[in-house]
Design a protein around this ligand. Structure first.
Ligand SMILES: Cc1ncc(C[n+]2csc(CCOP(=O)(O)OP(=O)(O)O)c2C)c(N)n1
Ligand code: SF4
Length: 281
């Protein structure tokens, strides 16, 4: 007799197993996100038919293929405008954008800037494995300085982007960083983020053992996982100043921003109704 998994009701089980390599951190991102959604649905705060996923291209964005919700797998870097378009037309939807650091912070960098500035009502989950996984381990804006990638064989000479600081500076209502090495905390961050209006940005430090780990001499997924875990510092309410992003000094995870300003949709609909009132009848 086949033994089911508690998350099977939320998965397109006919598409399993996933395309992810053994030991990839992305399974933890999907599992924790679905558990958080399940909790919100069971407590009546979220309706299943109102949840939709949008992803661009990459191993992380591929996540949108597996949840049994409405979902769209769109072109590289363009998940945010697609999701915001749906949200404007169907404001009741809980739009979840999932992508890698390449998809969200590099090719999609322009879109995330303006979504943050607008406090657009989206949950954006950026799985940060510190390189471009799907295409062979190239340098990403999130690659820690000094580390080897296939396009920086002598080490990354560039400064890294700190997406937590950017999201906070541009005014997102909720900004958190979790790690696949701390799944219970990650589920809690998603759970909180799902109830927010405005933009909720959750960066998830994740492991790519196949392309990143092997190249920096971690021969097994467990070795890379333990290495990342060693570099994580958990803080309940860290300040944005503590979010600095550095492989040597480690990475602080926790909730950096939690506020409750009106989101883009609320403001937009308010302007729209005032504009309609002024129309000659
Ligand atoms: C317009 C366009 N440019 C480039 C690519 C090639 N490409 C596919 S995935 C990817 C990088 C994905 O990296 P990331 O978002 O970090 O995801 P990961 O695979 O690491 O999860 C690139 C450059 C593409 N598919 N489309
Ligand atoms: S290449 Fe890396 S990120 Fe992509 S599935 Fe494999 S381990 Fe995961």
């Amino acid at each position: 007799m086949a033994v089911g998994h508690p998350l099977d009701p939320y998965l397109r089980t006919d598409r399993l197993p996933t395309m992810w390599c053994p030991g990839c951190g992305l399974g933890v991102v999907l599992g924790t996100l679905l558990r958080a959604i399940d909790r919100r649905i069971r407590e009546g705060r979220l309706r299943r038919e109102n949840v939709a996923f949008v992803g661009g291209i990459g191993c992380s964005a591929r996540m949108t293929l597996y949840p049994l919700f409405d979902s769209a797998h769109v072109i590289h870097g363009r998940a945010i405008p697609f999701a915001l378009g749906v949200k404007i037309v169907k404001p009741k939807m809980k739009m979840i954008v999932v992508g890698g650091d390449g998809d969200i912070a590099a090719i999609g960098g322009n879109h995330i800037l303006h979504a943050l500035r607008r406090n657009a009502d989206l949950l954006v989950v950026m799985a940060n494995n510190m390189i471009y996984g799907m295409t062979g381990g190239q340098l990403a804006p999130t690659t820690p300085r000094g580390l080897y990638t296939t396009t920086t064989p002598y080490g990354n000479p560039e400064r890294e982007i700190n997406m937590v600081r950017l999201a906070a500076a541009l005014g997102a209502n909720y900004v958190a960083r979790g790690s696949t090495t701390h799944p219970q905390l990650l589920e809690q961050l998603f759970y909180k983020a799902l109830a927010k209006r405005g933009l909720a940005f959750v960066e998830v430090l994740s492991t790519c053992p196949e392309i990143f780990g092997r190249h920096i001499d971690f021969r097994s997924p467990v070795d890379l996982y333990l290495e990342l875990r060693k570099r994580i510092v958990v803080k309940a309410k860290p300040s944005v100043e503590e979010s600095d992003y550095n492989w040597e000094k480690g990475f602080v995870i926790g909730e950096f921003v939690d506020k409750d300003e009106p989101g883009y949709i609320e403001v937009y609909l308010d302007y729209l109704s005032k504009a309609l009132e002024k129309q000659p009848s």
